[in-house]
Write a protein that binds this ligand. Structure first.
Ligand SMILES: CC(C)(COP(=O)(O)OP(=O)(O)OC[C@H]1O[C@@H](n2cnc3c(N)ncnc32)[C@H](O)[C@@H]1OP(=O)(O)O)[C@@H](O)C(=O)NCCC(=O)NCCS
Length: 181
């Protein structure tokens, strides 16, 4: 699914939101690895990444072709600083539901990129015909929880042993959903 939008950030700089394509593989992979070093709020660690640039390239090519999926990136000064995506759940009983995920380089937090990428993914999910967008977030990740609440997501459950962190033991996960119709 295609998406392109130019936005002005809180620091008055320009940022381009667009689909990530095969040629972006190296930068997308770098953001993936960097964000897993910068925060303990994601579902995996940098040393667990079991894919390389070639795999990432194929992944992005497949995403760009998929009618009901989107993998977007935020580009500043020609470089990718964050990514976000919408992924469907499969068979006919869950065809109405999609999963949302996002990760932005810490050097670019607080500028409005998270909000803009989330809004872009909501738009893509609606256009793809999904009626519910879902996510999971660590309960003490106040920046993300506040972002999702402002975008209209509501909590529908908690998993006290959602993640087992290397640094903090258990991390509670909040399940959130947004109705799109
Ligand atoms: C969570 C994340 C996506 C937020 O992205 P961001 O670009 O910093 O977000 P924005 O600048 O658009 O801010 C969005 C909201 O976050 C909240 N926020 C911003 N700065 C904040 C701060 N310093 N403290 C707490 N909340 C803050 C605000 O509610 C803001 O909404 P507003 O623009 O209406 O004021 C980003 O921090 C990130 O990628 N983190 C690492 C990966 C991750 O945790 N992903 C989410 C997994 S569920």
């Amino acid at each position: 699914m295609e998406y392109t939008k130019n936005i002005i950030l809180k620091n008055a700089r320009q940022c381009l939101l667009r689909n990530a394509v095969g040629e972006d593989a190296r930068e997308v992979l770098n953001v993936f690895l960097r964000t897993r070093e910068q925060t303990d709020f994601l579902s995996s660690y940098k040393d667990e990444a079991a894919f390389d640039e070639a795999f990432e390239q194929q992944f992005l090519r497949d995403k760009a072709r998929a009618e009901r999926e989107a993998f977007l990136c935020a580009v500043m000064d020609g470089h990718i600083v964050g990514t976000a995506g919408v992924e469907g759940k499969g068979g006919s009983k869950v065809r109405h539901r999609a999963e949302f995920g996002i990760a932005i380089d810490q050097n670019f937090w607080g500028l409005g990129i998270g909000r803009a990428l989330t809004a872009a993914c909501i738009e893509c999910a609606k256009n793809a015909g999904y009626v519910q967008l879902e996510l999971e977030v660590v309960s003490d990740h106040s920046r993300a929880v506040s972002l999702y609440e402002r975008m209209g997501f509501v909590e529908f459950g908690r998993n006290p042993r959602g993640f087992c962190s290397r640094c903090k033991d258990w991390q509670e996960l909040i399940s959130m959903r947004l109705e799109l119709n």
